[in-house]
Design a protein around this ligand. Structure first.
Ligand code: DI6
Ligand code: FE
Length: 427
Protein backbone atom coordinates (compact mmCIF):
# COMPACT_ATOMS: atom_id res chain seq x y z
CA UNK A 1 0.00 0.00 0.00
CA UNK A 2 1.50 3.28 -1.07
CA UNK A 3 0.85 6.07 1.38
CA UNK A 4 0.23 9.44 -0.19
CA UNK A 5 -0.92 12.82 1.01
CA UNK A 6 -2.44 15.84 -0.66
CA UNK A 7 -2.98 19.43 0.39
CA UNK A 8 -5.56 19.82 3.14
CA UNK A 9 -8.96 21.01 1.95
CA UNK A 10 -11.67 22.68 3.97
CA UNK A 11 -15.34 21.98 4.52
CA UNK A 12 -17.44 19.34 6.16
CA UNK A 13 -17.70 15.65 5.49
CA UNK A 14 -21.24 14.43 5.87
CA UNK A 15 -21.96 11.43 7.99
CA UNK A 16 -25.10 9.36 7.66
CA UNK A 17 -25.51 6.78 10.37
CA UNK A 18 -27.26 3.58 9.34
CA UNK A 19 -28.25 2.55 12.81
CA UNK A 20 -25.72 2.21 15.58
CA UNK A 21 -23.25 4.94 16.35
CA UNK A 22 -23.41 8.05 14.24
CA UNK A 23 -20.28 9.32 12.56
CA UNK A 24 -18.77 12.34 14.21
CA UNK A 25 -19.79 15.70 12.80
CA UNK A 26 -16.50 16.87 11.39
CA UNK A 27 -16.65 20.60 11.94
CA UNK A 28 -13.23 21.25 10.41
CA UNK A 29 -13.72 18.61 7.71
CA UNK A 30 -10.82 16.45 8.88
CA UNK A 31 -10.88 13.09 10.63
CA UNK A 32 -8.73 10.01 11.02
CA UNK A 33 -10.24 6.53 11.04
CA UNK A 34 -8.05 4.14 13.01
CA UNK A 35 -8.15 1.30 15.49
CA UNK A 36 -8.99 -1.52 13.12
CA UNK A 37 -8.44 -3.01 9.68
CA UNK A 38 -8.84 -1.25 6.36
CA UNK A 39 -9.91 -3.27 3.32
CA UNK A 40 -8.77 -0.78 0.69
CA UNK A 41 -9.72 -3.13 -2.17
CA UNK A 42 -6.74 -1.72 -4.05
CA UNK A 43 -4.98 -4.37 -6.16
CA UNK A 44 -1.72 -4.29 -4.23
CA UNK A 45 -0.97 -7.98 -3.85
CA UNK A 46 -2.58 -8.21 -0.39
CA UNK A 47 -5.94 -10.00 -0.15
CA UNK A 48 -8.63 -7.29 0.07
CA UNK A 49 -5.83 -4.70 -0.27
CA UNK A 50 -5.88 -5.01 3.49
CA UNK A 51 -4.00 -3.01 6.08
CA UNK A 52 -4.40 -4.81 9.41
CA UNK A 53 -3.78 -1.82 11.70
CA UNK A 54 -4.56 1.03 9.37
CA UNK A 55 -5.32 4.70 9.36
CA UNK A 56 -7.32 6.67 6.83
CA UNK A 57 -7.47 10.44 6.71
CA UNK A 58 -10.48 12.29 5.33
CA UNK A 59 -10.56 15.97 4.47
CA UNK A 60 -13.55 17.73 3.01
CA UNK A 61 -15.22 14.46 2.05
CA UNK A 62 -12.18 13.11 0.19
CA UNK A 63 -9.64 10.52 1.23
CA UNK A 64 -6.26 12.23 1.58
CA UNK A 65 -4.10 9.52 3.12
CA UNK A 66 -4.30 5.74 3.72
CA UNK A 67 -1.63 3.51 5.21
CA UNK A 68 -0.44 1.71 8.33
CA UNK A 69 -1.34 3.62 11.47
CA UNK A 70 2.30 3.73 12.51
CA UNK A 71 3.12 5.69 9.34
CA UNK A 72 0.42 8.36 9.73
CA UNK A 73 2.07 11.71 8.87
CA UNK A 74 2.68 14.25 11.59
CA UNK A 75 0.35 16.78 9.93
CA UNK A 76 -2.64 14.72 11.13
CA UNK A 77 -1.51 14.54 14.78
CA UNK A 78 -4.20 16.91 16.03
CA UNK A 79 -7.11 15.71 13.86
CA UNK A 80 -10.13 14.10 15.50
CA UNK A 81 -10.12 10.29 15.57
CA UNK A 82 -12.95 7.92 14.64
CA UNK A 83 -12.33 4.61 16.41
CA UNK A 84 -12.91 1.49 14.31
CA UNK A 85 -12.99 -0.42 17.62
CA UNK A 86 -11.32 -3.47 16.15
CA UNK A 87 -13.72 -3.61 13.18
CA UNK A 88 -13.07 -3.06 9.49
CA UNK A 89 -13.39 -0.11 7.18
CA UNK A 90 -14.39 -0.82 3.55
CA UNK A 91 -15.33 1.36 0.61
CA UNK A 92 -19.02 2.26 0.55
CA UNK A 93 -20.75 -0.53 -1.35
CA UNK A 94 -21.90 0.00 -4.95
CA UNK A 95 -25.01 -1.64 -6.40
CA UNK A 96 -24.26 -1.25 -10.12
CA UNK A 97 -27.44 -2.81 -11.57
CA UNK A 98 -30.92 -2.08 -10.23
CA UNK A 99 -34.43 -1.42 -11.49
CA UNK A 100 -35.29 0.33 -8.23
CA UNK A 101 -38.10 2.51 -9.60
CA UNK A 102 -41.27 0.54 -10.32
CA UNK A 103 -44.87 0.22 -9.17
CA UNK A 104 -46.62 -2.89 -7.90
CA UNK A 105 -45.15 -6.33 -7.35
CA UNK A 106 -45.25 -9.71 -9.11
CA UNK A 107 -45.50 -12.27 -6.36
CA UNK A 108 -48.22 -14.08 -8.35
CA UNK A 109 -45.68 -14.69 -11.11
CA UNK A 110 -43.20 -15.98 -8.53
CA UNK A 111 -45.83 -18.36 -7.24
CA UNK A 112 -46.76 -19.36 -10.80
CA UNK A 113 -43.18 -20.38 -11.53
CA UNK A 114 -43.12 -22.51 -8.42
CA UNK A 115 -46.29 -24.17 -9.66
CA UNK A 116 -44.63 -25.04 -12.95
CA UNK A 117 -44.61 -21.87 -15.11
CA UNK A 118 -41.56 -20.13 -16.59
CA UNK A 119 -40.30 -16.55 -16.73
CA UNK A 120 -40.50 -16.49 -20.54
CA UNK A 121 -44.00 -17.97 -20.58
CA UNK A 122 -45.27 -15.27 -18.21
CA UNK A 123 -43.65 -12.60 -20.42
CA UNK A 124 -45.18 -14.03 -23.60
CA UNK A 125 -48.60 -14.16 -21.91
CA UNK A 126 -48.49 -10.39 -21.41
CA UNK A 127 -47.42 -10.59 -17.76
CA UNK A 128 -43.80 -10.17 -16.91
CA UNK A 129 -42.16 -6.83 -17.64
CA UNK A 130 -45.28 -5.47 -19.38
CA UNK A 131 -47.43 -5.89 -16.27
CA UNK A 132 -44.96 -3.73 -14.34
CA UNK A 133 -45.01 -1.27 -17.25
CA UNK A 134 -48.79 -0.90 -16.88
CA UNK A 135 -48.50 -0.33 -13.13
CA UNK A 136 -45.61 2.11 -13.50
CA UNK A 137 -47.36 4.15 -16.18
CA UNK A 138 -50.39 4.45 -13.89
CA UNK A 139 -48.32 5.57 -10.90
CA UNK A 140 -47.62 9.20 -10.09
CA UNK A 141 -44.10 10.50 -9.78
CA UNK A 142 -44.76 11.05 -6.07
CA UNK A 143 -45.82 7.45 -5.53
CA UNK A 144 -42.85 6.09 -7.48
CA UNK A 145 -40.50 8.26 -5.47
CA UNK A 146 -41.95 7.07 -2.16
CA UNK A 147 -41.74 3.35 -2.94
CA UNK A 148 -38.29 3.60 -4.51
CA UNK A 149 -37.01 5.68 -1.58
CA UNK A 150 -38.04 2.90 0.79
CA UNK A 151 -36.12 0.36 -1.32
CA UNK A 152 -33.11 2.65 -1.47
CA UNK A 153 -33.18 3.08 2.30
CA UNK A 154 -32.91 -0.70 2.68
CA UNK A 155 -29.91 -0.84 0.36
CA UNK A 156 -28.31 2.03 2.23
CA UNK A 157 -28.80 0.24 5.53
CA UNK A 158 -26.64 -2.49 3.93
CA UNK A 159 -23.78 -0.04 3.41
CA UNK A 160 -24.57 1.02 -0.17
CA UNK A 161 -23.36 4.52 -1.08
CA UNK A 162 -23.67 4.33 -4.88
CA UNK A 163 -26.54 2.82 -6.82
CA UNK A 164 -27.32 2.55 -10.50
CA UNK A 165 -31.01 2.85 -11.39
CA UNK A 166 -32.53 1.98 -14.76
CA UNK A 167 -35.69 3.16 -16.47
CA UNK A 168 -37.46 0.56 -18.59
CA UNK A 169 -40.95 0.26 -17.10
CA UNK A 170 -42.30 3.36 -18.85
CA UNK A 171 -41.56 2.69 -22.54
CA UNK A 172 -43.07 6.03 -23.62
CA UNK A 173 -41.18 9.32 -23.70
CA UNK A 174 -43.19 10.73 -20.79
CA UNK A 175 -42.98 7.59 -18.65
CA UNK A 176 -39.30 6.90 -19.25
CA UNK A 177 -38.50 10.51 -18.32
CA UNK A 178 -40.74 10.17 -15.26
CA UNK A 179 -38.75 7.16 -14.08
CA UNK A 180 -35.41 8.88 -14.69
CA UNK A 181 -36.52 12.02 -12.85
CA UNK A 182 -37.48 9.86 -9.87
CA UNK A 183 -34.08 8.16 -10.02
CA UNK A 184 -32.32 11.52 -10.10
CA UNK A 185 -34.45 12.76 -7.17
CA UNK A 186 -33.36 9.72 -5.16
CA UNK A 187 -29.82 11.00 -5.50
CA UNK A 188 -30.69 14.12 -3.54
CA UNK A 189 -30.80 13.89 0.20
CA UNK A 190 -30.60 10.17 0.94
CA UNK A 191 -26.84 10.03 1.22
CA UNK A 192 -26.42 7.88 -1.88
CA UNK A 193 -24.85 8.61 -5.27
CA UNK A 194 -27.18 7.68 -8.11
CA UNK A 195 -26.21 6.84 -11.69
CA UNK A 196 -29.03 6.44 -14.18
CA UNK A 197 -29.36 4.24 -17.26
CA UNK A 198 -31.96 4.68 -19.97
CA UNK A 199 -33.44 1.21 -20.56
CA UNK A 200 -36.24 2.13 -22.95
CA UNK A 201 -35.19 -0.97 -24.93
CA UNK A 202 -36.34 -3.30 -22.14
CA UNK A 203 -39.46 -4.62 -23.88
CA UNK A 204 -41.65 -3.67 -26.83
CA UNK A 205 -44.66 -1.80 -25.42
CA UNK A 206 -48.24 -2.83 -26.36
CA UNK A 207 -48.67 0.17 -28.72
CA UNK A 208 -45.84 -1.25 -30.83
CA UNK A 209 -46.73 -4.95 -30.50
CA UNK A 210 -45.16 -6.85 -33.38
CA UNK A 211 -43.28 -3.72 -34.49
CA UNK A 212 -40.12 -3.79 -32.41
CA UNK A 213 -38.14 -1.98 -35.11
CA UNK A 214 -40.61 0.88 -35.16
CA UNK A 215 -40.32 1.15 -31.37
CA UNK A 216 -36.53 1.19 -31.71
CA UNK A 217 -36.86 4.04 -34.22
CA UNK A 218 -39.01 5.90 -31.69
CA UNK A 219 -36.43 5.42 -28.92
CA UNK A 220 -33.62 6.62 -31.16
CA UNK A 221 -35.49 9.59 -32.63
CA UNK A 222 -37.57 10.74 -29.68
CA UNK A 223 -36.68 9.28 -26.29
CA UNK A 224 -32.90 9.05 -26.25
CA UNK A 225 -32.17 12.63 -27.43
CA UNK A 226 -34.57 14.14 -24.89
CA UNK A 227 -33.24 12.06 -22.01
CA UNK A 228 -29.75 13.23 -22.94
CA UNK A 229 -30.77 16.88 -23.44
CA UNK A 230 -32.40 16.91 -20.01
CA UNK A 231 -29.35 15.38 -18.40
CA UNK A 232 -31.33 12.41 -17.13
CA UNK A 233 -29.27 9.50 -18.49
CA UNK A 234 -25.69 8.60 -17.61
CA UNK A 235 -25.72 5.48 -19.82
CA UNK A 236 -27.89 3.50 -22.21
CA UNK A 237 -28.88 -0.10 -21.51
CA UNK A 238 -30.89 -2.68 -23.49
CA UNK A 239 -32.24 -6.21 -23.08
CA UNK A 240 -30.80 -8.46 -25.79
CA UNK A 241 -32.83 -11.65 -25.78
CA UNK A 242 -35.21 -13.70 -27.90
CA UNK A 243 -38.13 -12.29 -25.86
CA UNK A 244 -36.73 -8.74 -26.14
CA UNK A 245 -34.40 -7.17 -28.76
CA UNK A 246 -32.16 -8.70 -31.42
CA UNK A 247 -28.44 -8.07 -31.79
CA UNK A 248 -29.11 -5.87 -34.86
CA UNK A 249 -31.63 -3.79 -32.96
CA UNK A 250 -29.30 -3.36 -30.00
CA UNK A 251 -26.48 -2.37 -32.35
CA UNK A 252 -28.67 0.30 -33.88
CA UNK A 253 -29.51 1.73 -30.45
CA UNK A 254 -25.91 1.59 -29.25
CA UNK A 255 -24.68 3.37 -32.37
CA UNK A 256 -27.11 6.21 -31.63
CA UNK A 257 -26.12 6.27 -27.94
CA UNK A 258 -22.43 6.43 -28.73
CA UNK A 259 -23.05 9.24 -31.25
CA UNK A 260 -24.55 11.23 -28.36
CA UNK A 261 -21.53 10.45 -26.20
CA UNK A 262 -23.25 8.04 -23.82
CA UNK A 263 -21.62 4.83 -22.59
CA UNK A 264 -23.59 1.62 -23.03
CA UNK A 265 -24.37 -1.51 -20.98
CA UNK A 266 -26.29 -4.62 -21.94
CA UNK A 267 -28.53 -7.27 -20.39
CA UNK A 268 -26.81 -10.10 -22.25
CA UNK A 269 -27.11 -13.88 -22.57
CA UNK A 270 -29.46 -14.14 -19.57
CA UNK A 271 -31.82 -16.77 -20.95
CA UNK A 272 -29.92 -17.95 -24.04
CA UNK A 273 -26.58 -17.36 -25.79
CA UNK A 274 -27.40 -14.61 -28.22
CA UNK A 275 -23.82 -13.42 -28.55
CA UNK A 276 -24.71 -10.54 -26.23
CA UNK A 277 -21.38 -10.40 -24.41
CA UNK A 278 -19.41 -10.02 -27.64
CA UNK A 279 -21.94 -7.50 -28.94
CA UNK A 280 -21.54 -5.39 -25.79
CA UNK A 281 -17.77 -5.66 -26.05
CA UNK A 282 -17.83 -4.55 -29.69
CA UNK A 283 -19.34 -1.25 -28.52
CA UNK A 284 -16.82 -0.90 -25.70
CA UNK A 285 -19.66 -1.33 -23.20
CA UNK A 286 -18.96 -0.48 -19.57
CA UNK A 287 -20.59 -3.76 -18.63
CA UNK A 288 -22.45 -6.80 -19.86
CA UNK A 289 -24.86 -8.11 -17.25
CA UNK A 290 -26.37 -11.53 -16.32
CA UNK A 291 -24.26 -13.66 -18.75
CA UNK A 292 -25.47 -17.11 -17.68
CA UNK A 293 -25.17 -18.37 -21.29
CA UNK A 294 -22.08 -16.40 -22.35
CA UNK A 295 -19.59 -18.41 -24.44
CA UNK A 296 -15.84 -18.57 -24.06
CA UNK A 297 -15.54 -16.30 -27.12
CA UNK A 298 -17.84 -13.81 -25.39
CA UNK A 299 -15.62 -13.82 -22.30
CA UNK A 300 -12.54 -13.24 -24.44
CA UNK A 301 -14.17 -10.31 -26.24
CA UNK A 302 -15.17 -8.75 -22.91
CA UNK A 303 -11.65 -9.07 -21.61
CA UNK A 304 -10.20 -7.36 -24.68
CA UNK A 305 -12.72 -4.52 -24.47
CA UNK A 306 -12.42 -4.08 -20.69
CA UNK A 307 -16.17 -4.71 -20.37
CA UNK A 308 -17.09 -5.66 -16.80
CA UNK A 309 -19.16 -8.81 -16.19
CA UNK A 310 -22.01 -7.90 -13.83
CA UNK A 311 -23.21 -11.05 -12.06
CA UNK A 312 -26.78 -11.10 -10.78
CA UNK A 313 -27.33 -14.14 -8.55
CA UNK A 314 -30.73 -12.88 -7.39
CA UNK A 315 -32.12 -13.22 -10.92
CA UNK A 316 -30.36 -16.55 -11.42
CA UNK A 317 -31.93 -17.93 -8.24
CA UNK A 318 -35.38 -16.43 -8.73
CA UNK A 319 -35.81 -17.54 -12.32
CA UNK A 320 -34.31 -20.92 -11.56
CA UNK A 321 -31.76 -20.60 -14.37
CA UNK A 322 -30.32 -23.81 -15.75
CA UNK A 323 -26.67 -22.81 -15.59
CA UNK A 324 -24.50 -20.27 -13.78
CA UNK A 325 -22.38 -17.72 -15.65
CA UNK A 326 -18.98 -19.00 -16.89
CA UNK A 327 -16.93 -17.80 -13.93
CA UNK A 328 -13.94 -19.98 -14.81
CA UNK A 329 -13.77 -18.42 -18.30
CA UNK A 330 -14.06 -14.93 -16.84
CA UNK A 331 -11.20 -15.68 -14.47
CA UNK A 332 -9.10 -17.30 -17.19
CA UNK A 333 -9.50 -14.29 -19.48
CA UNK A 334 -9.11 -11.72 -16.72
CA UNK A 335 -12.63 -10.34 -17.09
CA UNK A 336 -13.51 -8.03 -14.21
CA UNK A 337 -16.53 -9.31 -12.26
CA UNK A 338 -19.04 -7.12 -10.43
CA UNK A 339 -22.00 -8.30 -8.33
CA UNK A 340 -25.34 -6.49 -8.05
CA UNK A 341 -28.89 -7.00 -6.82
CA UNK A 342 -30.78 -6.44 -10.13
CA UNK A 343 -33.53 -5.33 -7.72
CA UNK A 344 -36.74 -5.59 -9.77
CA UNK A 345 -40.23 -6.99 -9.19
CA UNK A 346 -39.93 -9.86 -11.68
CA UNK A 347 -36.65 -11.70 -11.79
CA UNK A 348 -34.94 -10.42 -8.65
CA UNK A 349 -37.02 -8.95 -5.83
CA UNK A 350 -33.86 -8.47 -3.82
CA UNK A 351 -33.34 -5.75 -1.26
CA UNK A 352 -29.86 -6.54 0.01
CA UNK A 353 -26.50 -6.22 -1.70
CA UNK A 354 -24.91 -8.25 1.10
CA UNK A 355 -27.29 -11.08 0.19
CA UNK A 356 -26.22 -10.78 -3.46
CA UNK A 357 -22.60 -11.17 -2.31
CA UNK A 358 -23.48 -14.26 -0.31
CA UNK A 359 -25.37 -15.83 -3.21
CA UNK A 360 -22.56 -14.99 -5.64
CA UNK A 361 -20.31 -17.10 -3.43
CA UNK A 362 -22.75 -19.94 -2.77
CA UNK A 363 -24.29 -20.19 -6.25
CA UNK A 364 -21.48 -18.96 -8.54
CA UNK A 365 -18.51 -19.99 -6.36
CA UNK A 366 -17.00 -16.53 -6.23
CA UNK A 367 -14.54 -16.13 -3.40
CA UNK A 368 -15.54 -13.71 -0.63
CA UNK A 369 -12.77 -11.39 -1.84
CA UNK A 370 -14.13 -11.48 -5.41
CA UNK A 371 -17.61 -10.79 -4.04
CA UNK A 372 -16.43 -7.76 -2.06
CA UNK A 373 -14.40 -6.49 -5.02
CA UNK A 374 -17.56 -7.06 -7.07
CA UNK A 375 -19.55 -4.57 -5.01
CA UNK A 376 -16.73 -2.04 -4.69
CA UNK A 377 -13.83 -1.75 -7.16
CA UNK A 378 -15.38 -3.69 -10.05
CA UNK A 379 -18.85 -2.20 -9.57
CA UNK A 380 -17.27 1.26 -9.81
CA UNK A 381 -15.70 0.23 -13.13
CA UNK A 382 -19.09 -1.06 -14.35
CA UNK A 383 -20.42 2.47 -13.84
CA UNK A 384 -17.44 4.32 -15.26
CA UNK A 385 -16.62 5.64 -11.78
CA UNK A 386 -13.36 3.78 -11.22
CA UNK A 387 -11.31 6.91 -10.58
CA UNK A 388 -13.66 8.21 -7.92
CA UNK A 389 -15.17 5.47 -5.77
CA UNK A 390 -14.80 1.75 -5.07
CA UNK A 391 -11.37 1.72 -3.45
CA UNK A 392 -9.86 3.44 -0.42
CA UNK A 393 -7.01 5.51 -1.83
CA UNK A 394 -5.89 9.10 -1.56
CA UNK A 395 -7.85 11.19 -4.04
CA UNK A 396 -11.03 9.08 -3.93
CA UNK A 397 -14.35 10.18 -2.45
CA UNK A 398 -14.60 9.29 1.23
CA UNK A 399 -17.50 6.85 0.75
CA UNK A 400 -16.87 4.69 3.78
CA UNK A 401 -18.53 1.83 5.60
CA UNK A 402 -17.52 0.62 9.07
CA UNK A 403 -18.29 -2.99 9.99
CA UNK A 404 -18.19 -4.80 13.32
CA UNK A 405 -16.50 -7.85 11.82
CA UNK A 406 -13.24 -9.64 12.53
CA UNK A 407 -12.41 -10.14 8.86
CA UNK A 408 -13.76 -8.62 5.62
CA UNK A 409 -14.72 -12.07 4.35
CA UNK A 410 -17.59 -11.92 6.84
CA UNK A 411 -19.44 -9.49 4.57
CA UNK A 412 -20.08 -12.37 2.15
CA UNK A 413 -20.40 -15.03 4.85
CA UNK A 414 -23.45 -13.98 6.84
CA UNK A 415 -26.80 -14.79 5.23
CA UNK A 416 -28.76 -11.75 6.30
CA UNK A 417 -28.60 -9.78 9.51
CA UNK A 418 -25.21 -8.10 9.16
CA UNK A 419 -25.44 -4.32 9.18
CA UNK A 420 -22.70 -1.69 9.02
CA UNK A 421 -22.04 0.35 12.13
CA UNK A 422 -21.58 3.53 10.11
CA UNK A 423 -22.04 4.63 6.51
CA UNK A 424 -20.56 7.90 5.23
CA UNK A 425 -20.95 9.51 1.84
CA UNK A 426 -17.99 11.62 0.79
CA UNK A 427 -17.80 14.27 -1.89
N1 DI6 B 1 -33.61 -8.92 -17.09
C1 DI6 B 1 -33.98 -8.96 -15.83
O1 DI6 B 1 -33.60 -9.79 -15.05
C2 DI6 B 1 -34.86 -7.83 -15.54
N2 DI6 B 1 -34.85 -7.15 -16.78
C3 DI6 B 1 -34.15 -7.83 -17.64
O2 DI6 B 1 -33.96 -7.46 -18.79
C4 DI6 B 1 -36.21 -8.33 -15.20
C5 DI6 B 1 -37.25 -7.29 -15.29
C6 DI6 B 1 -38.60 -7.81 -14.93
O3 DI6 B 1 -38.90 -9.02 -15.01
O4 DI6 B 1 -39.43 -6.96 -14.56
FE1 FE C 1 -31.71 -6.11 -14.89
Amino acid sequence: MTAASVEPGSGTATSHPAGGTAGRDLADGTAIYQGGGIATMVRNGEPYGAIADGALAVQDGRIVWVGPRAALPEQFAGAPRIDLAGGWLTPGLIDCHTHLVFAGERSAEFEGRLLGGSYEAAARAGGGILSTVAATRAATETDLLATAAARLARLRADGVTTVEIKSGYGLTLADELKMLRVARALGHGQGVRVRTSLLAAHATPPEFAGRADAYLDHIIADILPVAVAEGLADAVDAFAETIAFSADQVARLFTAARALGLPVKLHADQLSDGGGAALAASFGALSADHLEYTSEAGARAMSQAGTVAVLLPGAYATIGAAQPPPIAAFRAHGVRMAVATDCNPGSSPMGSLLMAMNLACSLFRLTPEEALAGVTREAAAALGLAGDVGTLEAGRAADLTVWDVRHPRELAYWMGGLRPRQVTLGK
